[in-house]
Design a protein around this ligand. Sequence first.
Ligand SMILES: *Cc1c(COP(=O)(O)O)cnc(C)c1O
Length: 584
Amino acid sequence: MKHGGSDLQHATIDALSRLRPQAEAAWGAIQQSLDPLIRLVSPHIESGTTWIDAHLGGLLPWQIAAVTTVTVLLLAWLSQLVLTAIAELKEAGVLQSLFEVIKSLPGIRGIVQRENAKMLVKIRASINKGNGVSQEQYLELPKNGMAADEVKARLQSRGKRDVAFEEGYSRVSGTLYLMGEEHCRMLNDVYASFSHTNPMHADVFPSVRQMELEVVAMTAAMLGGGPSGDPDVCGAMTSGGTESILTAVKASRDYMRARKGIRRPEMIVGQSAHAAFFKAAEYFNVKLVKVPVGNDYRVSAAAVARAMTRNTVLVVASSPCFPHGVIDDVSGIAALARKRGVCCHVDACLGGFVLPFARAAGYPVPPFDFSVPGVTSMSVDTHKFGMAHKGTSVVLYRSKDIRRHQYTRVTEWSGGLYISPGFAGSRSGALISTAWASMMHQGLQGYVKLTDQMMKAARHFAEGVKAIEGLELAGDPAMTVVAFKATNARKLNIYAVNDALSARGWHLNALQLPPALHMCFTAQHASIVEPLLKDLRECVEDLQSGGEHVKDGMAPVYGLASVSPDRNIIGEFLVAYQDVLLSG
Ligand SMILES: *Cc1c(COP(=O)(O)O)cnc(C)c1O
């Protein structure tokens, strides 16, 4: 930082001394208001001590021991209460508010603003380095339309700047799930045939309506619904995992309101639950209650039980979670939800099109779907391992009673009587057709075969990571997501490892709480395990023997994020980053 430490100190002391009279006045007011209370309780405290004198005098030693033990336990319990209260204050943002007050102090405010401006310049430079917008920009409509061939040519040239993929050799974690030239060509053809359709007009496009209900039925039948499971399981298609989660949270909230009249809804999620639940809480005014994961990175029923209140409407389990690829205690959490009469969502966005097939291929998979009593909804992404186009996912419910709460009906609109199943009005029938086509083309055997390959790749990688000095797995991977961290974070900065891998053309996911990385294996990774392990081994060895960190990498940002208690600063960084992405 350019600003000398003494400048900053002076500004702080200056500002604080100006605040002092107000602080003293406030403290006086607090004391005054507490005064009557103190006068009320102090005689009792005094009579309490005489009571102890009078009563303990005649007791036998063992009785005194018993009394003191009970007293100590009581005190411990009381102090626990106080600690919980402090934790709650922290959660309610008192700590954050303190940071905000400090940052708004005259003198400091200017510094913060200047630092933010510098940060923005840096972010813009780092995004635009190599991957920025092209020289040729169109920020207004061209006056005369471009010929179709020219439009296509320009787009093709833009596409050349994206990361190039070679079938089976993707160097990017997750992201690319489609596999096989034939499969991709088929999806594109199907898309083209239905690109004009919209399921909102079921009378005009009955074909799309049928595709949607069949995709939902086939998905349900894979996951404990359908003829061989619970035939009441039903659902709808959405635009993606996030929308499936948002939709399920909204439906669960309104279902519980109708059933139990809960008006201040809370939902319990693990620290590892997908960010979409945080978004749902924000959008739908549901209080998000986060519980920590265990040493195995899984959310346990005991942790959820501790967080339950009268206002709980929904508890969440992931199958598996995005960060560590482990499956939460679905049976325990769902049983708890059932006992307490609340909803339980299983997020199988990632696992829905892997776990049933992994089980069929002989891998151990715990119960994780509608076969578990108490599970009331699930999210399952056709656009991930279902291998359909991006923009498709399925949300499933235990019964129509819950699903109806995701609908919006409007009976008093001059535009007519209106009912819509989810967030969107008009939707793309073409996307629905790609999901249908993908599922029909792969079939059970196709998915099982691909899953077996991915599972083998993930296990191979996990074994390789275990053999690298300085690394350890973060959780026992349940399927194709393998997370790992430094055995000793002081000796090896895992984010620097990520930067070094990025410099070699790999794109892994950076995780936090604790610092870690993960690789999500898809059908595109069959041939990259050994090259990835080799690069990983070399990067770790280099850094451990004092190798330099990559310049302008992300490690400093993640490093700051992992230690700073001021989460708003990190949040502001994210906002600035998003602003740059959207505005060039
Ligand atoms: C990908 C994912 C989601 C959300 O997915 P989008 O399709 O990106 O909206 C939700 N949960 C898990 C576990 C995921 O992996």
